[in-house]
Design a protein around this ligand. Structure first.
Ligand code: ZN
Length: 204
């Protein structure tokens, strides 16, 4: 993992997106804060930590101490989203909320003041390599409208490729997470360049 993180750092990735899965909120297990802390050592890039865990609140401090810059919790992961977001900011970190495909944008209408980032899941979380859900483009546009005039990043995660990147950027996303399309083959730098080229082609 350290080697892969070094490769994407050198290859031009701006952020390192960390998917933490618990085998409970999502049907898969990845790793926790100690492993994250060890890969934190190999790069200075911004660490964008996506917690697919429930409950998330008891673990926020661990991930903050392990070197997260942004901590994102799922709107569906607990009953007290507002409190979770306040806790993240109280730890001195940027606060994000993620929405599963079935969760409407309106779920976060009342926490916009607490948010630095909104993560629109463009697949159902739990596995890599899934196909992009096209219906999410309308949700991205809706969130872009909701957040107009605010300093909130709109991030997409799932099925992002050179084909889908221009679509999400056009809808309003400004942070694109990619796994399979970056780590395929040996040349991660070329993959990142191709993805960035596709993403920026429509705004040029
Ligand atoms: Zn993620």
């Amino acid at each position: 993992m350290g080697d892969e993180v070094r490769a994407i750092d050198k290859g031009g990735a701006e952020w390192v997106h960390v998917d933490v899965m618990d085998g409970h909120f999502v049907p898969n297990i990845t790793f926790g804060a100690p492993v994250m802390a060890s890969i934190r050592q190999v790069t200075k890039r911004l660490f964008d930590v996506h917690l697919m865990i429930a409950p998330a609140d008891p673990y926020l401090e661990q991930f903050a101490k392990a070197g997260a810059d942004i901590i994102t919790v799922h709107a569906e992961a607990g009953p007290h989203l507002d409190r979770s977001l306040q806790s993240i900011r109280a730890l001195g970190k940027r606060a994000g909320v993620a929405l599963n495909p079935a969760t409407p944008a309106s779920a976060i209408a009342h926490v916009l003041d607490r948010l630095d980032l909104i993560l629109v899941m463009t697949v159902n979380p739990g596995f890599g390599g899934q196909a992009f859900i096209t219906a999410m483009l309308a949700k991205i546009s809706e969130i872009k409208e909701m957040t107009r005039g605010r300093n909130i990043d709109i991030e997409v995660d799932g099925g992002i490729t050179a084909e889908t990147a221009p679509l999400v950027v056009k809808a309003g996303a400004n942070v694109l997470v990619a796994g399979s399309s970056i780590f395929k083959g040996a040349d991660h730098a070329a993959n990142i360049k191709a993805l960035r080229g596709a993403a920026t082609s429509i705004s040029a």
